[in-house]
Design a protein around this ligand. Structure first.
Ligand SMILES: Cc1cc2nc3c(=O)[nH]c(=O)nc-3n(C[C@H](O)[C@H](O)[C@H](O)COP(=O)(O)OP(=O)(O)OC[C@H]3O[C@@H](n4cnc5c(N)ncnc54)[C@H](O)[C@@H]3O)c2cc1C
Length: 430
């Protein structure tokens, strides 16, 4: 098959051909053939992460029905194979009475591709999508299937592994009883006020997103579990300002459905206006049946330590404001710390500063200036989005287990079958 383009259409992947083996044996022959191989998921990343020096491979022909397992104590997991998207998994789990804790802004992406880049949604108590993983099966460079479980010494380096450790055949995710969420939007809130009370804003609902075009105003999207005590998060802030109803920040409740992009059609978005619905139809901003976001776009995101986030965002604001004609919208989200070595949220509660850009050749030129402004705040780039060519030593300094990750790649894949241009560019592979 010909080499595909990224979902946003802005680039064709590097690689000689796209192969689609129908059996595990054929896949094993491919990875042991001596040719470099990289996997393609649902193609929603924006940089050269997928690119291969040899073949590209899709595992969609090996997709199987998810498998639910419930332990005697009630703890439940679901095992999904490569190729499965959140759009398929969400309704499947809900019909069986189960749910995931987190989803990204869109359901269209593959579970394996999202997990391996530490894709995330938002929520102070919610980890990245990789945080749900309790086990995975890899096809290694030696052609063996290797299972890893939470608690195994290599596990924390194997979940967010950027496709560099082996081909992921399955991931097993922790699930919980299904729940409903109600989504509301508040328009025209003062951005200064949001940044001054960032903790209170994020504590105001189960999952909060702040959208801005750097014009001093923001829209606050709040997704609240209907089984949660709405005041609990605000009370947890102790003596810090509680802004549970956001009225202290000005603005007004949206009088109709909204799209994150000012010109976007809200028909593409999940229901708002406080109408409760299942988790999989509220936590993402976008509905599976529609093109999410703008389509023809670029994206960047920097994961910032929670306590420095407001200062970091204030430092970045002038750069983003100056580039406003290229910015479709920026989004601030929160996530809880995890223990996955390459995760943007490794070891620290985190705020993401995301930007959806016009598909314009000037965008890569803005990123070094943005990164310079953020540099004092230990930013970690989202692995699936655009970032400037890093100084590898500087990047490594933001990941306490970087050296262990480099060793892990070498140990599992000494000949670099799964290494690709991005892993070399950032110094994870020689
Ligand atoms: C419109 C849009 C909205 C987005 N919203 C969010 C968001 O809300 N939050 C967020 O954090 N990110 C978001 N992203 C980014 C996106 O979630 C990530 O780029 C994610 O990695 C995409 O998953 P994918 O399956 O498309 O992966 P791909 O882009 O296809 O691949 C990503 C990586 O996964 C690897 N991979 C895929 N399958 C396998 C496999 N079987 N074995 C080994 N490696 C594999 C690839 O080699 C590559 O390294 C968004 C992107 C778009 C286009």
């Amino acid at each position: 098959m010909p080499v595909p383009r990224a979902w946003a259409g802005h680039r064709t992947y590097g690689g000689r051909a796209l192969l689609a083996p129908r059996t595990l044996e054929a896949l094993a022959r491919l990875v042991t053939s001596g040719e470099p191989v990289r996997a393609v998921g649902s193609r929603h990343s924006f940089n050269d992460l997928v690119d291969s020096d040899g073949a590209l491979v899709t595992l969609t022909h090996l997709e199987r029905e998810p498998v639910l397992a419930v332990a005697p104590d009630g703890a439940a997991t679901v095992t999904v194979s490569a190729g499965t998207t959140y759009g398929r998994l969400g309704p499947w789990l809900h019909e069986r009475g189960y749910a995931l804790a987190a989803l990204a802004s869109l359901p269209h992406i593959s579970v394996v591709g999202a997990v391996t880049t530490a894709t995330h949604g938002s929520g102070d108590a919610i980890r990245t999508l990789a945080g749900a993983v309790v086990g995975l099966e890899l096809l290694t460079a030696q052609g063996d299937v290797r299972a890893l479980h939470r608690g195994d010494p290599d596990f924390a380096g194997a979940v967010v592994a950027l496709g560099g450790l082996g081909l992921v055949l399955t991931v097993t995710l922790a699930v919980e009883p299904t729940y409903e969420v109600a989504q509301t939007v508040r328009d025209d809130v003062a951005l200064d006020g949001v940044l001054a009370h960032l903790d209170a804003v994020f504590a105001g609902a189960t999952s909060v997103s702040v959208f801005t075009r750097w014009d001093g105003r923001a829209a606050v999207w709040r997704k609240q579990r209907t089984d949660a005590d709405p005041g609990a998060a605000a009370r947890d802030l102790g003596d810090r300002t509680s802004l549970d109803d956001l009225s202290g920040l000005g603005g007004r409740d949206a009088d109709g459905p909204r799209h994150p992009l000012p010109d976007g059609d809200p028909v593409a978005c999940t229901p708002q206006l406080g109408e409760p619905g299942p988790w999989f139809a509220r936590l993402p901003h976008f509905r599976l049946e529609f093109t999410p976001s703008a389509g023809a776009e670029l994206q960047s995101e920097y994961l910032l330590p929670r306590e420095a986030a407001a200062d970091a965002i204030r430092a970045a604001a002038p750069v983003l404001a100056e580039a406003r004609d290229l910015v479709l919208v920026s989004e601030l989200r929160s996530m809880a710390a995890d223990d996955l070595w390459l995760s943007g949220a490794y070891g620290r509660d985190t705020v993401g500063l995301h930007t959806t850009w016009r598909q314009d050749s000037r965008v890569p030129g803005v990123l070094p200036r943005l990164e310079e402004a953020l540099a004092p705040y230990a930013p970690r780039p989202h692995w699936g989005k655009l970032f400037a060519d890093p100084d590898p030593a500087g990047l490594a300094a933001h990941y306490p287990r970087w050296a262990d990750q480099v060793d892990l790649f070498l140990r599992y894949d000494p000949d670099g079958v799964f290494a690709g241009p991005l892993l070399r560019r950032v110094g994870l592979r020689a």
